[in-house]
Every structure is written in structure tokens, then in C-alpha cells.
Ligand binder design. Structure first.
Ligand SMILES: [Ca+2]
Ligand SMILES: [Ca+2]
Ligand SMILES: [Ca+2]
Length: 470
């Protein structure tokens, strides 16, 4: 095993040369991550056990501090805690950069700031009636949801984790479908269900480390231009599972599914460590579908790095029969758009795990969004992702991020939640099926479209009507 250790020294040395202040370390099975975390803490480093195999180590991690662990062959992988970014909205970025070039003074003018972490309302009483804004959701009609709901409206509640910037959990049309952790007594400051999180009644905020995963949006145009949060998670959540037939707003593809809100991305992005924690939380607390409209800078073919921690987390989901639905991406690491993921992979969508469904963005005319990635072997199907109407922060609804600038809600980020909702709806009707069978049903029922011929695995787009009739 000595050669293995020497190779690891090299890996660590590379990591150290880049920046050693924030590392993810995978330890061998017989070593508990708590024990490892204690070891590194004793060496004066800040450390935290993330899973049974992974720990995060922060501080001045010199080689000497790893020495004992290396000699005992306890470390099997070391990597950077790679940054995570939202799948940026190309329409928004284009409109913002054009506007701010002419009006630079507007970059710092603050919007009316939303209050972070409002109280979590109780579940509302049921209301019923048509959803008044449903006709604005062109995508829902396009994928045949109304026929699908006649087959089965998904009353057998499936939990979908929206792993993103949080959600506006006070929103009238999301509130009825929030996942509630029944094993947790609210606000008693005790981790009643002993899952490691105190008073986690609707999910968790891994970024701020609190029990209120509120979708706190950027407060100026300049922040938005620099990749800040436009209220991304709230928009995604609406197309997964805004409550249907409640006489309010819109409907998600799965109008009765439950939304587990997990926040790990803010205006500065997020990290792999928090993605690992969020995925583990979702799997351990009952989510069957994970909706992931984000990307990692790890595994960028340009720097040949390996985000093993993220890969292990997606495998953990697969091992627990959980689907990982991912946005195919809007270009390659923000460089250009319309990218072929077969030759230039976008992660996590392009990982080989069998529980990943990679989703491209389509417009109302069955064409790809001009920005959307594709890939004959690596992107599975298309879904509505151009000028998408949904729930927005502070209890609103829209298909535009900034109406005055003509910036629409565009992106594979918006396409991904449609497929996550479809998976939840189908799984609700067929709870006995495995994640592989649910994925197969979604891919087999896709409708072929000319634009996707030879560019997507299915050559087509999501068809929930056909899916539910299978
Ligand atoms: Ca708890
Ligand atoms: Ca929070
Ligand atoms: Ca509604």
C-alpha cells in the first residue's frame, strides 16, 4: 500500500499548491469520519464529518498534518471543496449586461430587500377550484399534464427535494405542498428525530445552517449580473409541485407531491460540501426525486479535476433508489452556449450514474432554447425551458425575471423541474417501481421532435400524458 500513499501525497501536494484551505477528504471504511474529524481538529484544523466516508477540513492543511493518516492508509481521496453555481439564465445575463453597460449607476441601486427567514407558516386548510393562472403555463399544456392528471393526480404523495437556493416557503401556492417533517416537534430546540438537525420541519438551510431554507434573492442588478440569486429555487419548485386545483395561482406537474426545500446556494454560489450534505439529507429523510438545476466547477474537462465527493453522493442516492434529475446546462462553464455535452460534459448532469436524468430546454415551438446544451449520448430529453411561468419570491408569479428589461425565466434550470415533477407523478401511481423503471418509463414515453433528432438520447421531449398511460 506504500505506492498508494505516495500517489496520495502527490494528489495532496497538488491540492496544497492550488489552495489547501478547504479540502474534502475521503477516509477508508474502517475509519469513522468522526474519528478522522477529531484527528484533524487536534491538528488545529477545522473539520466536519459530512457522510460516513467524507470529511471537510478547513485551515492551513500542511503535509505534516496528514502524515499519520497517510501512513495508516486511511485516506483514499483528497480534493478541493469545489464551488457550485446556479445554471445561469442566459436571457437575464444578456439583458442585464446590455442595460448596465448603458446605466452603470443602476448596478448598485438596491431593490427593496426581502426579509430573510420569515416564520414558517402552518399548513393551510384545503381550498379547491381551478388555478387561475394555469393558462399562462404553456409548458404544462405542451407536455400534456391535464390528460395525465385524469389518469392519476398523484395523491400518493412522493417527496421531491428541490436542492437549490431555498424556496419562498410563505408562498400561497407552495405552502400547501411543503414536505413537513412529522417526526420533528416545531420550535422546541430539540432534534426530536435525531437526524442531526434541530427543528428541521420543512427542510434545511445548509448555507446559513438554520432550519429556514428561505429563498433570499439578490438585492441589486449588479449582484444579479455577477451570478446572484434571482429567486431561482422558488421558480423551480413551482413547476415541480405548486398545488393544483386550490383556486390559487398555477400548478406543478405533480400537483400533490411534496416539496422538500434544501438551500445550499446563495448569491456567492455554493460548495460541494453543502451539496453532499443536502443530497444525504434528502435521501435519509424520504425524498424519492432530487431536482438539481446547478453545476459544479469540479470535473471541468479543462482542468481534469475529479469531484469524487459529488459522484459518491449521487451513487448514495442510487443505492437508496432515488432519482437525480439534473439540468443539462446552458453552455460550458459559462463559455458560449448550445454545448454538446458528449464532447464537453457538464457536471453533475453528465456523470454516468444510472439514476441521473439529464434535461435540455425547449421553447414553445419544439426548438431548443438557443442556450441549451444537448448530447446524443448524454442528455436524455427536453422539457419546457424558455419563458417559463412559475411561482416567484414574495408570493408572486411570473415568466419574466425583470419585465422592464425583457429578461425571461429561461434555462435548463427551468426544464429540469418539469421532469422531476413527472417522475414524482408517475412514481405516485406506481410506488412499486424502481428508480431505473421510472427513468425508463419517462424516456420511453418521450415524443420525438425534429429538433432533437440525433441530439438527445430519446430524440424527443417530455410527454407526461403518454407517461401516465404506460
Ligand atoms: Ca431533526
Ligand atoms: Ca435561512
Ligand atoms: Ca395552484
Amino acid at each position: 500500500m506504500k505506492t498508494f500513499s505516495i500517489a496520495l501525497f502527490a494528489v495532496i501536494a497538488v491540492s496544497l499548491n492550488v489552495k489547501a484551505e478547504d479540502l474534502l477528504i475521503k477516509v477508508a471504511n474502517p475509519v469513522s469520519t468522526k474519528h478522522a474529524a477529531n484527528y484533524f481538529a487536534a491538528e488545529g484544523l477545522k473539520s466536519e464529518a459530512l457522510t460516513e466516508n467524507w470529511i471537510r477540513v478547513q485551515g492551513n492543511a500542511t503535509l505534516e498534518k496528514f502524515q499519520n493518516f497517510l501512513e495508516s492508509d486511511s485516506i483514499v481521496h483528497v480534493q478541493k471543496n469545489y464551488k457550485i453555481q446556479l445554471r445561469q439564465n442566459p436571457s437575464l445575463q444578456k439583458a442585464l449586461s446590455a442595460y448596465l453597460a448603458k446605466h452603470p449607476e443602476q448596478a448598485v441601486r438596491p431593490f427593496a430587500p426581502a426579509q430573510d427567514n420569515p416564520a414558517i407558516p402552518n399548513a393551510p386548510s384545503n381550498s379547491s377550484g381551478a388555478d387561475p393562472l394555469f393558462s399562462k403555463q404553456w409548458g404544462m399544456k405542451d407536455i400534456g399534464v391535464e390528460n395525465a392528471w385524469r389518469v392519476n393526480p398523484g395523491n400518493n404523495k412522493v417527496i421531491v427535494a428541490v436542492i437549490d437556493t431555498g424556496v419562498d416557503y410563505t408562498h400561497e401556492d407552495l405552502l400547501p405542498n411543503l414536505w413537513r417533517n412529522e417526526k420533528e416537534i416545531p420550535n422546541n430546540n430539540i432534534d426530536d428525530d435525531k437526524n442531526g438537525y434541530v427543528d428541521d420541519i420543512i427542510g434545511w438551510d445548509f448555507l446559513a445552517k438554520d432550519n429556514k431554507p428561505y429563498d433570499l434573492a439578490a438585492t441589486s442588478l449588479g449582484d444579479l449580473l455577477n451570478g446572484g440569486n434571482p429567486g431561482h429555487g422558488t421558480h423551480c419548485a413551482g413547476n415541480v409541485a405548486a398545488r393544483g386545483q386550490n383556486a390559487k395561482g398555477i400548478s406543478g406537474v405533480a400537483p400533490n407531491a411534496q416539496i422538500m426545500s434544501l438551500r445550499f446556494i446563495g448569491n456567492e454560489g455554493g460548495t460541494t460540501a453543502d451539496a453532499v450534505l443536502a443530497i444525504k439529507y434528502a435521501v435519509d429523510n424520504g425524498a424519492k426525486v432530487l431536482s438539481n438545476s446547478w453545476g459544479s466547477e469540479g470535473e471541468d474537462p479543462d482542468d481534469a479535476t475529479n469531484n469524487q465527493a459529488l459522484k459518491d453522493s449521487i451513487q448514495y442516492a442510487a443505492d437508496h433508489d432515488v432519482l437525480f434529475v439534473a439540468a443539462a446546462g446552458n453552455g460550458h462553464q459559462g463559455k458560449g452556449y448550445d454545448n454538446d455535452n458528449d464532447s464537453k460534459p457538464a457536471y453533475p448532469a453528465s456523470y454516468a450514474h444510472d439514476n441521473i436524468i439529464s434535461v435540455a430546454a425547449l421553447d414553445v415551438n419544439n426548438n431548443f432554447g438557443s442556450f441549451s446544451n444537448w448530447g446524443r449520448k448524454s442528455v436524455d430529453l427536453g422539457a419546457p425551458g424558455v419563458k417559463v411561468f412559475s411561482t416567484t419570491v414574495t408570493n408572486k408569479y411570473s415568466d419574466t425575471v425583470i419585465p422592464l428589461l425583457g429578461a425571461n425565466w429561461d434555462g435548463t434550470s427551468m426544464a429540469c423541474p418539469h421532469v422531476a415533477g413527472a417522475a414524482a407523478l408517475y412514481w405516485s401511481a406506481h410506488p412499486e417501481k424502481t428508480h431505473a423503471q421510472v427513468k425508463e418509463a419517462i424516456l420511453n414515453s418521450a415524443t420525438r421532435i425534429a429538433a432533437a433528432e440525433g441530439k438527445l438520447v430519446t430524440n424527443g421531449k417530455l410527454n407526461v400524458d403518454a407517461l401516465m398511460k404506460q
